[in-house]
Design a protein around this ligand. Sequence first.
Ligand SMILES: NC(=O)c1ccc[n+]([C@@H]2O[C@H](COP(=O)([O-])OP(=O)(O)OC[C@H]3O[C@@H](n4cnc5c(N)ncnc54)[C@H](O)[C@@H]3O)[C@@H](O)[C@H]2O)c1
Length: 339
Amino acid sequence: MIDESRSVTRTARPRDMTGERVLVTGGLGFIGSNVVHRCLELGAAVTVYDCLDPRSGGNMRNVSDIEARVEIVLNDVRSLEGISACIRGKTIVFNCAAYTSHPLSMLEPLIDIDVNCKGTINVLEAIRRFNGDVRLVHVGTSTQVGRMHSSPVDEAHPEFPRDIYSANKTVSEKYVLIYGGAYRLSTCVVRLANVYGPRSNIRNPDLGFVNYFVGLALRGKSLTVFGDGRQLRNLSYVEDVTDALILAAQSQSAAGEVLFAVSDQQYSVAEIARAIVAHIGGEVRFVDWPSERQAMEVGDAVISNAKIQALLGWEAHHDLASGLGRTAEYFRPRLDAYL
Ligand SMILES: NC(=O)c1ccc[n+]([C@@H]2O[C@H](COP(=O)([O-])OP(=O)(O)OC[C@H]3O[C@@H](n4cnc5c(N)ncnc54)[C@H](O)[C@@H]3O)[C@@H](O)[C@H]2O)c1
């Protein structure tokens, strides 16, 4: 029999953040803006640093309801000066700014290096020079791993990324760990996979298929699945992921670590598409793989969250039905701002 009281007490939730001064790079984007909302809710003072790159998921609508309560700095992580000016006095940095499109990274590899590699070095240099006491949580991605060599994938799995974005995320992750070790900074990496939910970009297929499918479903359109859609994915609801990032910032034991924050649930791409149609709308259509997409495809991706559970007590709270329900509830009255 499952001992419910035990499983509840084992699951950690972020603590009160009163007195924390938080900087969120990429705070107008999907993950970053959800972190901003949650930190505010927990009592932190929050600064957003974002250049609203039109190729990304950045959207002022993501913070329009809290605009008066956060400081918003419209600037670029490629500016060491700009990020240095914001790092002073902060207690926590969430590094969520990134050039986030896999296909665009193949077309514009130099921009991807500038933002994802040099941008991360700028954040690290600013910390090293001006605020060595700050705690940095850097966001990584499961696609750093590439094709699975063993299942489930954990943090020790080798990395063979299959596109430039993922390769640069691998490199930036190593910068974060190197700076942590070499300069005794409190840095850690939380890797994410297929995050969906409120404040995502639902109109651009290059920024994550789940959120794009949600956007199509909300308009009653066809969701196009490449091939048979049998490849498995871990899905994560954004509120769960946000709590994982904050828990990592609040725990000394996360320093120097790489952690996968993914839910336990794996679904095939076809199952995900059917669930979205069932909960939101639209219909599923299967088509042949476009060749440029197939080259980046990683096949099954089954990831273990055992490490983050053991170290931080984190667990996902939302199943697919509740996550999709909350997502639709958020977007329905705000569709104009996101499409
Ligand atoms: N969404 C997912 O499923 C997922 C999965 C794995 C990892 N991640 C990681 O999470 C982080 C956030 O991704 P997201 O999904 O919120 O993407 P997003 O595109 O919604 O947000 C990225 C934000 O960064 C900003 N940005 C881009 N270039 C910038 C620059 N040069 N200077 C300042 N700001 C800049 C954009 O304007 C945008 O607001 C990224 O590091 C990404 O690699 C996301």
